[in-house]
Design a protein around this ligand. Structure first.
Ligand code: PNW
Length: 449
């Protein structure tokens, strides 16, 4: 267990936790909610490790008051949740369903009553199924549908949401949802999934305009990044690492920050219309960074369909997901963003950072997760090191408040600061919750001047 006190953080540093709608809400039929691609996908046999769905999940839809009390007890200043598009527009188009917006209205008011800033993600992968049936993110029209949905949400919540996040991890949605089929909607287009990147980015840009018109709050996007480590010393290894970096780290960031698409990433150029790049490059106020781990990359073997080969990185402890615990990678990543984008880089907030372990209550009903404490301690120190180097990091959100429904892994991966017993939906704060509460309390009491 780490013992040295954490270094201090600037006054006003945002301390948060993150969740997403499909992973926690349940209540799949309540309030006139429509069907999303994740409902369809999870209900199809063989897609989810334990055969589960998010139909009930943590039942947060009915227990949100209890969950917000847990947030308040943690002392965090912000909560990042996502709005389920099919609650707001059950078919993905048309007027808002009042019950859907009512739920988020109550949630936001409850957060504010506890002095917690509502940070709303508009899209965390739960596309209304009728829009998928019309082509999903392969269809250009989905970008316009997304902006219309953003407008409805902002019209209702724009006076109280403190930070907007348009999309969550468009790279993962493209690559796992439309490229390899591991996630909903389960399409296997590999590199032909590029239009999904472009249409998500276009939807983001159009949504930024809608949000600006309805709300004075800052706007961000949450991208996932993985610092790339070249394995091997040949030119081919370096070229492979550069190709992977362009795909994973730059495809969704270069165009956002006004540089257009990295060479070699866009596939069919006719997908990109005149003026799209200007829409996509609409200024954002914050870059949301989701970080889990670095990636080792070397040259592909003969005959590989990919321009790179991913190599597991040795020398790190590993989580239950078998992901390396590499806080040095977060420091490296923040430096890379700073160097690569220079003055074009907006202030950064770490919008997700966390780890899965097989946490279970002991005989006394307590849940001890010293590995998660070590993980968070290391990653917060990495943020502090970046701050010392002059990199403008404004906040850190732990993924996640609660153990929840981890996509293709179902309920088998526990990321929470709070344990959830899925038989009873009982919440039990883990030892990491108490640790983080003490860190946040100390940081808020005595910020660096
Ligand atoms: C993120 N990968 O997803 C998401 O934003 C969360 O909803 C999710 O629960 C969390 O990370 C933990 O997985 C990812 O396979 C899903 O590399 C998969 C990958 C990365 C991020």
């Amino acid at each position: 267990m780490p013992t040295a006190p954490l270094p201090q953080f600037p006054a006003g540093f945002r301390w948060g936790v993150s969740t997403s709608a499909y992973q926690i809400e349940g209540a799949a039929e309540a309030g006139g909610r429509g069907t999303s691609i994740w409902d369809t996908f999870a209900r199809s046999p063989g897609r989810i490790a334990d055969g589960s769905t998010g139909d009930v999940a943590c039942d947060h839809y009915h227990r949100y008051r209890e969950d917000i009390a847990l947030l308040a007890g943690l002392g965090v200043t912000a909560y990042r949740f996502s709005v389920a598009w099919p609650r707001v527009q059950p078919t993905g188009t048309g007027p808002a369903h009042p019950d859907g917006l009512d739920f988020y209205d109550r949630l936001v008011d409850e957060l504010l009553a506890h002095d917690v800033d509502p940070v709303a993600t508009l899209y965390h992968w739960d596309l209304p199924q009728p829009l998928e049936d019309a082509g999903g993110w392969l269809a250009r029209d989905t970008a316009a549908r997304f902006a219309a949905y953003a407008d409805l949400v902002a019209a209702r919540l724009g006076d109280r949401v403190r930070l907007w996040i348009t999309l969550n991890e468009p790279f993962v949605h493209m690559s796992l949802g439309y490229g390899t089929g591991l996630h909903a909607p389960g399409r296997t287009l590999l590199f032909d999934a590029f239009p999904v990147a472009h249409h998500q980015l276009l939807g983001h840009g159009l949504a930024v305009a809608a949000l600006r018109a309805r709300s004075g709050s800052p706007v961000a996007i949450a991208n996932n990044y993985s610092p790339v480590r070249t394995i091997g010393e040949t030119d081919a290894d370096r070229a492979a690492a550069a190709a992977y970096e362009a795909l994973h780290n730059r495809l969704f960031t270069d165009p956002l920050l006004g540089r257009g698409y990295p060479e070699g990433t866009i596939g069919d150029p006719s997908v990109v219309h005149d003026r799209d790049l200007a829409v996509i490059a609409a200024p954002i106020d914050v870059l949301g960074v989701n970080y889990y781990n670095p990636t080792g990359v070397r040259a592909p073997r003969e005959g590989s369909p990919l321009p790179f080969e991913l190599v597991p990185l040795g020398g790190y402890p590993r989580t239950a997901f078998d992901w390396p615990v590499a806080p040095d990678g977060l420091h490296e990543l923040l430096g890379w963003l700073h160097r690569t984008y220079g003055d074009a880089l907006p202030p950064v907030e770490i919008t997700e950072s966390g780890c899965a372990y097989d946490d279970a209550p002991d005989a006394d009903g307590r849940v001890h997760d010293p590995e998660r404490i070590a993980y968070l301690d290391g990653h917060l120190r990495a943020v502090r090191a970046a701050l010392h180097e002059g990199i403008d990091v404004r906040g850190y959100f732990v993924w996640s408040l609660l153990d929840n429904w981890e996509w293709a892994e179902g309920f088998t991966k526990r990321f929470g600061l709070v344990h959830v017993d899925y038989a009873t939906r009982t919440r039990t704060p883990k030892s990491s919750y108490a640790w983080l509460r003490d860190v946040v309390t100390a940081a808020r009491r005595k910020p660096e001047r």
